[in-house]
Design a protein around this ligand. Structure first.
Ligand SMILES: C[S@@+](CC[C@H](N)C(=O)[O-])C[C@H]1O[C@@H](n2cnc3c(N)ncnc32)[C@H](O)[C@@H]1O
Length: 245
């Protein structure tokens, strides 16, 4: 009997995900990475991991700035697309972030654009952060870019309908038990399908508790890709920079 897939295995694997989020593109990644690199000033020989890299837009941006980058993601389709950009200092592989990574290897680990908090079970979220911690060298830096749940749940747009490249999307959103749920119904000619996206709402305090609970020290917090200050009621993003002691 075939095992039923988790929502994150089906939705991110679907080309409709790419269509719906097409504005989350290389240009946006280039801008964010430029701001992060300017701020963090990593040494030129730093080894970097882009955890849950998708099709690799941030890995590509980091590599273009001269860094040696590995990108990993659960989605075979996304990694296949990312691999087209591989070179001697940029590689991609399929990897489940709940599984251990090579220990003490990286100087920087990036987890960007809400690529965390998908699991029902709190322990699995902690396992991911512990894997990140173990994969970093001493003094290694972890950059976590998460949706600001406080603002997102307050301004939740309950229903939206629109067409993109001839595909009709009907989207319903609600928050339940500290999870933002997005039901996505799709009509593409005669094809009709639906997907679910679920993201845990973490307060700044809760996320920092997770991070420090795994051994990190939190260094800085930002609220958007321009690296402005985090303000819980206003900021779109919750970007936490932490360090392995
Ligand atoms: C919101 S997307 C962001 C992708 C990428 N960071 C970006 O900004 O383009 C989240 C990514 O997490 C990946 N993902 C989900 N569960 C995962 C897991 N257990 N291990 C590794 N990657 C996972 C998905 O396949 C998807 O590519």
């Amino acid at each position: 009997m075939q095992e039923e897939k988790e929502w994150y295995q089906s939705w991110f694997e679907s080309p409709y995900y790419d269509l719906l989020y097409k504005d989350r593109d290389q240009e946006e990644a280039d801008m964010f990475i430029h701001n992060l690199v300017t701020h963090l000033a990593p040494s030129k020989n730093a080894l970097m991991l882009d955890l849950a890299c998708g099709k690799g837009r941030h890995s590509i941006a980091l590599n273009r700035m001269g860094y040696n980058v590995t990108g990993v993601d659960l989605s075979q389709r996304k990694i296949k697309a990312a691999k087209q950009h591989e070179n001697s200092s940029l590689s991609f592989e399929v990897h489940d972030m709940r599984m251990p990574l090579e220990p003490n290897k990286y100087d920087y680990v990036f987890n960007l654009f809400t690529s965390f908090g998908y699991f029902d079970n709190e322990e699995e979220n902690k396992v991911v952060l512990t894997n990140v911690f173990n994969s970093l060298k001493s003094k290694g830096i972890f950059i976590l870019d998460y949706v600001n749940g406080e603002r997102a749940s307050k301004y939740l747009l309950k229903h939206e309908e629109y067409s993109l490249e001839g595909v009709d999307f009907s989207i319903y959103r609600y928050a339940k038990n500290n999870v933002i749920v997005k039901e996505i119904k799709i009509k593409d000619g005669v094809v009709e399908c639906s997907f679910t996206e679920k993201v845990n709402i973490f307060s700044e305090t809760k996320l920092k508790e997770y991070i420090t609970g795994c051994g990190f020290e939190v260094l800085e917090t930002f609220g958007d890709y321009q690296l402005n200050k985090f303000i819980a009621k206003d900021s779109d993003r919750l970007i936490i920079i932490s360090r392995k002691p």
